[in-house]
Design a protein around this ligand. Structure first.
Ligand SMILES: NC(=O)c1ccc[n+]([C@@H]2O[C@H](COP(=O)([O-])OP(=O)(O)OC[C@H]3O[C@@H](n4cnc5c(N)ncnc54)[C@H](O)[C@@H]3O)[C@@H](O)[C@H]2O)c1
Ligand SMILES: [Zn+2]
Ligand SMILES: [Zn+2]
Length: 401
C-alpha cells in the first residue's frame, strides 16, 4: 500500500509498504478514506520534535472503514465508518477512566511514564505507524474510534480526529467562561478551532494573533479582532484593546516552531535565548531553501502570552513543545499570579460530543479545510503547507484518490 514514510529530518517519501495486520485482540484494521497533514507533523520533519524512527508512517488524523477486528473488539462491525482519535488510550487504566486518555498507563509500549501514545510520532510516543496511508492498525480499537452517523461527512469527521477536539481542549484548559475576553495565539487550523471553541464556551470577545494574513482573515471571518504581530506589538495591542487590563484567558496554539516578530518587543527574552533553546529542542535540522525551516523563537508566543493575559489570568497551552524545551517565562508567571495549564489533547473525551454537535448542523468544521489532495501528491502538499503558502491552512489527503 502507499504511505507517507519518515526517512530523516527534512526527508519524507511516498513509499510502497506492507499492509498492517492485527497484532493484539483489541486491534482493528481501518481502510482510510480521509487523512490530513497537521502542524505537529511539521515539527517532526523540521526536527523540532526529535526522536523519529526512520521507516515510521506519518500522520495521526484519519477517517475510514473498519476492515477487520480482533476478537476483543466487541463494539465495532466490519464496514463501520469511524473517526480515529490521534492519541491512543486503553480505556481501563485510572487515567483513561478520568478522561486523561493522553496520559494512559498502558498504550505506550515505553511504559506508564513515557508520555502520550499517538499515531505517527517519535520513538518515545510508541512509535506507532500513522494514518497517512491506505490502511492502518488501530490499537485499543474497542475504545478509540467513534462511529459516524450518516449526516456527518468524512471531511467533517476528519477535523474531529485531532484539531477540533484540541481547540476545544485549549478552551477547556484556559477555563473560558461566559463573557470572557479570550486571546488565541496562532491562527493555524488548531488556533481556528480554539477560536470556534471559545465562542461555544460563551466568550464575549475573542482576539486572534498571527502574522499570516490569510490565517488572520479566516479568524476575522469567525468574528475575532485580529492582531498581526509583524506589524504591531501584540502585547501592547492587547492592552490597548482591553482598557489596560489584558485578556482574561489565552489559548496558546503555536508551540515550539514559534517565530519572532519583525517589529515587536521580544519581552524578557533575547535572541541569544531563542538560539540556545533552538539548539536544545532541535539538535538536528535539515532546511532546504525555505522548506523545513524551524521557527526561530521557540518561547516567543509563551512569553507574549504571559505578558498579555491579565494579572491572575489563565493560559491554556496546546501548542506542542518537546520535553527538551526549558525556556518558560516562569518569572512572569510567578510574579503575576498566573495559572498555566497545558497538555496533549485527550481526544476521546471530547469526540463523541463534537460528532454530535456537527451532526446537528450547528457548526460546520469544513470551513477550516482549505485543500484536498490525493495521497500520491502528499510530499508536495507537505512542502507547500510547511512554507505556509497563502490559503494553505488545512490539507486533507485522500488515500483512494
Ligand atoms: N496539544 C495537542 O494535543 C495538539 C494537537 C494538535 C496540534 N497541536 C499543536 O498545536 C500547534 C498548532 O497546530 P497547527 O496545525 O495549527 O500548526 P501551524 O503550524 O499550521 O500553525 C501555527 C501558527 O502559529 C503562527 N505563529 C508563529 N509564531 C507565532 C507567534 N510568535 N505568535 C503567534 N502566532 C505565531 C504561525 O504563523 C501559524 O499560523 C502546533 O504546535 C501543533 O503541534 C497540539
Ligand atoms: Zn494533528
Ligand atoms: Zn489507559
Amino acid at each position: 500500500m502507499k504511505a507517507v514514510v519518515f526517512h530523516g529530518v527534512g526527508d519524507i517519501r511516498l513509499d510502497d509498504v506492507e499492509e498492517p495486520k492485527i497484532q493484539d485482540p483489541t486491534d482493528a484494521i481501518v481502510r482510510l478514506t480521509s487523512s490530513a497533514i497537521c502542524g505537529t507533523d511539521l515539527h517532526m520533519v523540521r526536527g523540532t520534535m526529535a526522536g523519529m524512527v526512520a521507516g515510521t508512517i506519518l500522520g495521526h488524523e484519519g477517517v475510514g472503514i473498519v476492515e477487520e477486528v480482533g476478537p476483543q473488539v466487541r463494539n465495532l462491525n466490519v464496514g463501520d465508518r469511524v473517526v480515529i482519535p490521534s492519541t491512543i488510550g486503553c480505556g481501563y487504566c485510572m487515567f483513561c477512566r478520568r478522561g486523561f486518555y493522553a496520559q494512559c498507563d498502558n498504550a505506550n509500549p515505553n511504559g506508564p511514564q513515557a508520555g502520550t501514545a499517538f499515531f505517527g510520532g517519535p520513538q518515545p510516543t510508541g512509535p506507532f505507524d500513522g494514518l497517512q496511508a491506505e490502511y492502518a492498525r488501530i490499537p485499543y480499537a474497542n475504545v478509540g474510534p467513534v462511529k459516524l452517523p450518516e449526516q456527518v461527512t468524512d471531511e467533517q469527521a476528519l477535523l474531529i480526529s485531532d484539531i477540533f477536539p484540541t481547540g476545544y481542549f485549549g478552551a477547556d484548559l484556559a477555563e473560558v467562561e461566559d463573557g470572557d475576553t479570550v486571546a488565541v495565539f496562532g491562527c493555524g487550523p488548531v488556533g481556528q478551532f480554539s477560536i470556534a471553541s471559545a465562542w461555544i464556551m460563551g466568550a464575549g470577545r475573542v482576539l486572534a494573533v498571527d502574522k499570516d494574513e490569510s490565517r488572520l482573515e479566516m479568524a476575522r471571518a469567525q468574528g475575532t479582532e485580529v492582531i498581526n504581530f509583524d506589524e504591531e506589538d501584540p502585547v501592547e495591542a492587547i492592552f490597548n484593546l482591553t482598557g489596560g487590563i489584558g485578556v482574561d484567558r489565552i489559548i496558546e496554539a503555536v508551540g515550539v516552531d514559534a517565530m519572532s516578530s519583525r517589529t515587536a518587543s521580544t519581552g524578557e527574552v533575547t535572541e541569544g535565548d531563542f538560539q540556545e533553546e533552538l539548539n536544545r529542542v532541535a539538535p538536528e535540522t535539515n532546511p532546504q531553501g525555505d522548506t523545513w525551516v524551524p521557527g526561530d523563537a521557540p518561547p516567543q508566543s509563551m512569553v507574549w502570552a504571559a505578558q498579555a493575559v491579565m494579572k491572575a489570568g489563565v493560559i491554556g497551552v496546546i501548542g506542542v513543545f518537546p520535553p527538551q524545551a526549558m525556556t518558560a517565562p516562569i518569572g512572569i508567571i510567578q510574579q503575576r499570579n498566573l495559572t498555566i495549564r497545558g497538555g496533549n489533547c485527550n481526544h476521546r473525551k471530547y469526540m463523541p460530543m463534537l460528532v454530535g454537535l456537527v451532526a446537528t448542523g450547528a457548526l460546520d468544521p469544513t470551513k477550516i479545510l482549505t485543500n484536498t489532495e490525493p495521497l500520491t501528491s502528499a510530499i508536495e502538499a507537505y512542502e507547500t503547507f510547511d512554507r505556509r503558502e497563502p490559503t494553505w491552512i488545512k490539507v486533507e489527503l485522500q488515500p483512494a484518490a
